[in-house]
Write a protein that binds this ligand. Structure first.
Ligand code: APR
Length: 231
């Protein structure tokens, strides 16, 4: 078994037209993290937070997966030497729309979490402080099902277990600045798993990878997948 573990970040969706977080024109240049991506921000101004994610959710309906998402889906569905696990920090559904299953460690834009019954529900329209939970039917208790700064990402035990059963760790389109995902390259190295970074340009984490392929994911990931599937 030669399992492949793939971690994706905002860079893989950039060519679909979704802004990354830390570019010069990125989301965190235009919005304050503490206002829209922390539990405190939500307590202070829930309307602002609902509107921020409403805007993202509406935009999601106008974009489509790009060549990198389709290439990873091809790998996910056709790789015969082991299991391909795709873990994404992205809250968009572009891996799924391209035909793969991804583990969403930072939550999903099209889900809401109920602060009353703690269940998550599918949500494809705008949400507000008046929205009603589809499970417990209570009003005003929903928040975006997004992992905010200061919160524990989802599926950590499952992710770590998949990573440690892999022979190759690939990080695609992530700046490697947000933990715990940023620490997976170190975990892989410690377990003697080969590591590959694919990104537009070198990152602060590049030095920790065995190899790097730099350029736009649409092209680099497509070529890399073709190589893997030929082997
Ligand atoms: N192809 C490949 N890589 C790209 C492309 C592209 N077309 N465009 C941009 N990139 C790279 C950038 O060079 C950058 O290194 O993608 C990376 C995106 O980095 P970030 O904006 O920091 O996004 P990400 O690493 O996914 O952020 C992690 O931070 O704010 C939180 O929860 C949020 O999940 C997010 C987490």
């Amino acid at each position: 078994m030669k399992n492949i573990f793939i971690l994706t970040g905002a860079g893989i969706s950039a060519e679909s037209g979704i802004a990354t977080f830390r570019a010069e024109d990125g989301l965190w240049e235009k919005h304050k993290v503490e206002d829209v991506a922390t539990p405190d921000g939500f307590r202070r101004n829930p309307e602002l937070v609902h509107n921020f994610y409403n805007e993202r959710r509406r935009q999601l309906k106008t974009v489509t997966p790009n060549a990198a998402h389709f290439a990873l889906a091809k790998l996910y569905n056709n790789y015969s030497q082991g299991i391909v696990t795709i873990v994404t920090q992205n809250i968009d559904d572009l891996h799924e729309r391209a035909g793969a299953t991804a583990i969403h460690m930072h939550g999903e834009l099209e889900k809401m979490l109920c602060l009353n019954c703690r269940k998550s529900c599918l949500w494809q329209e705008d949400s507000s402080i008046e929205s009603i939970c589809t499970n417990c039917e209570k009003r005003g208790v929903l928040r975006p099902d997004i992992v905010w700064f200061g919160e524990m990402p989802y599926f950590l035990a499952e992710i770590e277990s998949c990573l440690l059963k892999s022979s190759l760790f690939v990080a695609i389109g992530t700046s490697g600045l947000v933990y715990p995902a940023a620490g997976y390259v170190q975990l892989a190295r410690a377990a003697k798993i080969k590591t590959l970074e694919m990104n537009l340009e070198k990152t602060a984490a590049s030095q920790f990878f065995d190899a790097g392929i730099y350029g736009k994911a649409g092209q680099t990931v497509t070529e890399w997948v073709e190589e893997i599937l030929i082997k």
